[in-house]
Design a binder for this molecule. Sequence first.
Ligand SMILES: [Zn+2]
Ligand SMILES: [Zn+2]
Length: 373
Amino acid sequence: MSSIKLNDFKVQLKIGPFGAMVGREGSEVQVGKGIPGGGQSMIAWVVRDPGDLARRPLRLEEVPEPDPGPGEVRLKVRACGVCRTDLHIAEGELMPPRLPVIPGHQVVGAVDRVGPGVAGIGLRERRGAYWLHSSCGRCPACSRGEENLCPDARFLGFHADGGFAEYVVIPAEYTVPIPDAFCDSQAAPLLCAGIIGYRALRLAELRPGETLALFGFGASAHLVLQVAHHWGCRVVVYTRSRSRQEMARALGAVWSGPPGESPLLADRAITFAPAGWVVLEALKAVRPGGTVAVNAVYMSDVPSFPYRVIYGERTLRTVANVTRKDAAEFMQVAAEVPVTARVVQYPFHQADQALLDLKEGKVDGAAVLLLGR
Ligand SMILES: [Zn+2]
Ligand SMILES: [Zn+2]
């Protein structure tokens, strides 16, 4: 492989199906003259050495194209959502079990190759891939229908290469059809932010007519709000960001404001911010007998707190990963509502910028990478 150092925004590279791709200042694209072994190659964002984004842990590289094995399909990626988990992986707060790894677990693509033994999925069918890449199917958790808790579960963009690439290979059973109601960029954020938000809603045990408090208002929360609203629930939103307070009200929240100011006691709460102190705020904001569901893969320590904060039969639980059932159910519910994602689009070659914007809280809604057709 030869390596080209780009020191100027104006430098253009002719690469694969993207045509001319512009590198950011100082970005280095590994441009190969074919992959050893003679296989095809593709362009992907790769994490080799996780660390602070300032050190640019995510690099655009030419890597071998994946090929589907038995039971797998290959998607030609059309859009991929950018999630806080991708940021945690790039920065090493969630250390991937294998490196290098291609992040991205909200993948919308068209099936372009089908492995042996796959039935019922045709070429060119539009399907989505999400965080759960596979589970063992045999352990006690899988037998209980809790494949999200399977000790051998594998996750996309973490254990297996994800969708910050031209192609991704997934076990066919773990893909979900994309309803026609959604275009590619609308569908992408549904596949993590949406599905896990839906699981959080279910685990929070929200019932029709109840009041739901959301702490943090990013990609997942703004989708959850729309589903809760559809179920006839009132939603209050706690966020410090003025623009997100406004966005929450525009989407139908009955109140939005900073944490600590509690206009009315909620029946259920979901926290999205990766900050432990927010969990306490949420506990204080729910009535006796209420539930707080914590929706975060990574979080700072929860500070110690007086027993009375949780006394009164309040339930505190976490939300971990998703199941195939969550994915299938949510995509149907989302089409029924219908849910509208606030999408901030980035061209594929700006994945690192998307992560930086996410880290700096500049993305109001959901960030999505768009790939060439
Ligand atoms: Zn995610
Ligand atoms: Zn299992």
